[in-house]
Design a protein around this ligand. Sequence first.
Ligand SMILES: [Zn+2]
Length: 104
Amino acid sequence: MTFNPSTKELQKALKCLCIQFAGWNDRIGGLTTDGLSALEDAFDVLGWDDPHPMPELCCDEPRCMKRADYGTPLYDHDILYGYHNTCYKHRPKGDKNAFTNEIT
Ligand SMILES: [Zn+2]
């Protein structure tokens, strides 16, 4: 059986790899290659500058450009409607519900 992924599928896989393995730039709030050639090639294929802004991965606190690593569940009358994503610095102190968040 031959698997022929589409360009869109390949780009999605490459983006996921970059999100998992690229460094983080706090100044712009985005991914950076940190000079690693494999990541530089991946950024080129994706058409990304280095660093590449990723506001969807940033901490939800105002003016914080650090990467969000934690998600605190948000409830409305016991119904989960989202997460407040924060960096380590802004993680709620003593929040037992805060967990390591993996953003895809
Ligand atoms: Zn933060």
